[in-house]
Design a protein around this ligand. Structure first.
Ligand code: NDP
Ligand code: OXD
Length: 314
């Protein structure tokens, strides 16, 4: 039996090595080395070419190498087998590092001091709000949203979170559904987006949403932080909101088109902090282990965990 590792653009070497070590006796093949399609029982994928998972007659499960599965679900020829996504403490911790970094960066006006340093300008800001004065609202209160909320709360930010279904968590004001979104936005100074990209969430970060963010906050304007997916945001609306003051700044790890095109105005905006979709990478050490554990449990007859609901899209 074999596992097909299909992640175009990634170095397959370290993944094959780890997967082979955790799954002794199994062949780890790539699309280039795949000869016997009937031997493939599992596929571990990231942005696989649509159609490439068809005609694997003994396929039992697809494992996403990332937490988001939107790029898997767009394949019109996806085999009808369970898809399990990655829930991994290492990936989760990396995302929380990025979210905390960016909330603090906007709180402590880091970009302003970078500009001042380049100009050798010594200018203090007497109105430095504390974390406790700045309200964070998190869109998406799943694996990543919950961990980020816990860590931001430790620093002192008042936290609210929004999800599809009702939730509760100590110290977090929880909102759900359309009415809940309205209420959360009205009390949000920093909006952190950790939503999956689905039919229901595509384009949610748009002008109408920005107009509903709090305007009375201590940062002098709302901040958008998006590490979910680029398809969640309308980039022309972000730029207009920065122009109009509906947004004061943004941190973006994901974009409508990736890599972010050279001519995107987002590169040139001093209020925008750009990272190249690396807020939470999938590290082979931990992610290969997590996939192998799922396979071994499945072969013992245990149910797969973190199975995607295809109808919901996440
Ligand atoms: P989860 O599935 O654990 O959480 C998703 C959350 O979003 C849930 O709280 C869910 O609500 C909520 N949600 C989904 N749809 C809606 C909706 N229509 N309205 C309101 N809430 C909604 O996912 P993760 O936290 O693990 O990951 C989230 C996303 O982060 C991934 O899908 C991926 O796109 C992105 N990501 C980005 C990375 C990067 O490097 N930039 C790295 C890893 C992930 P409910 O709880 O009610 O189901
Ligand atoms: C993911 C990602 O979904 O890295 O894990 O984007």
């Amino acid at each position: 039996m074999s596992l097909l590792f299909a992640a175009p653009g990634w170095d397959a070497g370290p993944w094959r090595k780890r997967l082979a070590a955790f799954l002794p006796g199994r062949a780890i093949v790539t699309p280039e080395t795949l000869v016997d399609r009937a031997a493939v029982r599992y596929a571990a994928v990231w942005r696989h070419p649509p159609g490439s998972l068809a005609h694997l007659p003994r396929l039992e499960a697809i494992f996403s190498l990332g937490a988001g599965v939107d790029a898997i679900l767009v394949d019109p020829n996806l085999p009808d087998v369970p898809i399990a996504r990655i829930v991994d403490p290492d990936l989760t911790a990396r995302m929380s590092e990025w979210v905390v970094l960016n909330c603090l960066m906007h709180l402590r006006r880091t970009r302003r001091y970078e500009r001042q340093q380049r100009a050798r300008e010594w200018a203090d800001d007497p109105d430095q709000p504390a974390a406790g004065d700045v309200r964070v609202g998190i869109l998406g209160f799943g694996e990543l949203g919950r961990d980020a909320a816990r860590k931001l709360a430790t620093i002192g930010f008042p936290i609210a979170a929004w999800s599809a279904s009702p939730k509760s968590a100590p110290g977090v004001a929880c909102f759900d559904g359309p009415a809940g979104l309205e209420a959360m936005l009205a009390r949000t100074d920093i909006l952190v987006c950790l939503l999956p990209l689905t039919a229901a969430t595509r384009g949610i970060l748009n002008a109408s949403l920005f107009a509903r963010l709090a305007r009375d906050g201590r940062l002098g304007g709302a901040i958008l932080i998006n590490a979910g997916r680029g398809g969640l945001q309308v980039e022309t609306d972000i730029l207009s909101a920065l122009d109009s003051g509906a947004l004061k700044g943004a941190s973006l790890d994901v974009f409508e088109t990736e890599p972010l095109p050279h001519d995107s105005p987002l590169w040139r905006r001093p209020e925008v902090f750009v990272t190249p979709h690396n807020s939470a990478i999938s590290h082979p050490d931990s992610v290969a282990r997590a996939i192998a554990e799922q396979i071994l449990a499945h072969e013992r007859g245990e149910p797969l965990r973190h199975v995607v609901d295809r109808a919901r899209g996440y």
